[in-house]
Design a protein around this ligand. Structure first.
Ligand code: AKG
Ligand code: FE2
Length: 332
């Protein structure tokens, strides 16, 4: 199965009919696999290439500069640098794992940098010293704002697809209280056999916690989503043009839709060209991710439009912050 590609400019610049068509294609693909590829979002190939350049420069910093902005762990939103192995994706979701994997300590072979909104004074960002990496902060703050607006356009299209009143979803993700996060990821080169050994993965199968996730991957590849017709098997997300944006449904949207739009289980595995080789080194890999999250005070209980009269909602009516803290507690 190849992932459908939809063109967001048909929604942002199209006629009413084109907007409706876009919305329904978007929802179709997300309903099938939890994933879709989006083009026409206005971020050009060269701009994505720039994000990857900054990504590399960040992880090339000296260890001590990264340590100076290390995320302390725990259940607070992630800010700054997380070393290889600091976050364990396997503890976020265990169903996708084999029985033997359940009991082992499973490591993620990646390091990352996490950033919240500029105006998030509750959980301030941890920036490297400007003289160590001049221009990084400015670039990342702008990139965050750009991705924030693309995420809103996608959510507006989902409101249309679901026939919800304007703002039903968007009012829960506001620029004033934005709890979303941007993440730069670096997967160092690793021996295929270390991954085959079983205790280490680039990313174990998991769901993201927010509403939707936007992701750019480099040409190395390896991102896979679960094939729902054969649970436990995964389909590769093919690498395309740099600006092809991969979007997935995350847990909060599953909750808001009372389970009718399930989140997409995904992992990062050995890429295609090395899959059949007995030995070899997986080249290092970089990705750029934007986790669009609900405002902390917003409810992550099902929207009333998705709960049939006379039935109980599938999920508890709790706030986004409470929900995230419960889920994150297990990941570090
Ligand atoms: O880097 C990737 O391709 C996936 C990363 C991911 O799934 C995550 O950080 O939640
Ligand atoms: Fe993820």
């Amino acid at each position: 199965m190849t992932l459908p590609t939809v063109d967001l400019s048909r929604f942002t610049h199209g006629s009413n009919l084109e907007r409706k068509q876009f919305a329904s294609e978007l929802l179709d693909s997300l309903s099938q696999s939890g994933f879709v590829k989006i083009v026409g979002h206005g971020i050009q190939d060269w701009a994505v290439a720039k994000m990857f350049e900054w990504n590399k420069s960040f992880f090339q910093m000296r260890e001590r500069d990264k340590i100076s902005i290390a995320h302390p762990g725990g259940s607070a939103p992630q800010r700054g640098w997380s070393a290889v192995g600091a976050e364990s994706s396997s503890s976020l979701y265990r169903k996708g794992l084999l029985k033997t994997e359940m009991t082992k300590e499973l490591k993620d072979a990646r390091e990352h940098f996490d950033q919240g909104a500029k105006g998030d004074f509750q959980y301030p960002n941890r920036w490297p010293d400007e003289c160590v990496i001049p221009g990084f902060r400015d670039f990342m703050e702008n990139a965050f704002t750009t991705l924030e607006s693309v995420a809103s356009q996608i959510l507006e299209a989902l409101e249309v697809a679901f026939d919800l009143p304007y703002g039903e979803i968007l009012t829960k993700i506001t620029p004033q209280a934005n709890a979303s996060e941007m993440r730069l990821l670096h997967y160092p080169a690793i021996d295929v056999n270390e991954i085959r050994g079983g205790g280490v993965s680039r990313v174990w199968p998991h769901f993201d916690l927010g509403v939707i996730t936007l992701l750019f991957q480099d040409a190395v590849g390896g991102l896979e989503f679960e094939n729902r017709k054969q649970p436990g098997t995964f389909t590769r997300v093919e690498c395309g043009a740099p600006a092809e944006m991969i979007v997935n449904v995350s847990e909060t949207l599953q909750r808001w839709t009372n389970g009718s739009l399930p989140a997409g289980l995904h992992r990062v595995n050995i890429p295609e060209n090395l899959e059949k080789k007995e030995s070899g080194i997986l080249p290092e890999r970089y990705t750029v991710v934007y986790f669009c999250k609900a405002d902390r005070a917003a409810s992550v209980g099902p929207l009333k439009q998705f709960v049939r009269e006379g039935t109980e909602p599938e999920y508890e009516d709790i706030s986004a912050i409470e929900y995230h803290q419960r889920r994150l507690q297990s990941a570090y």
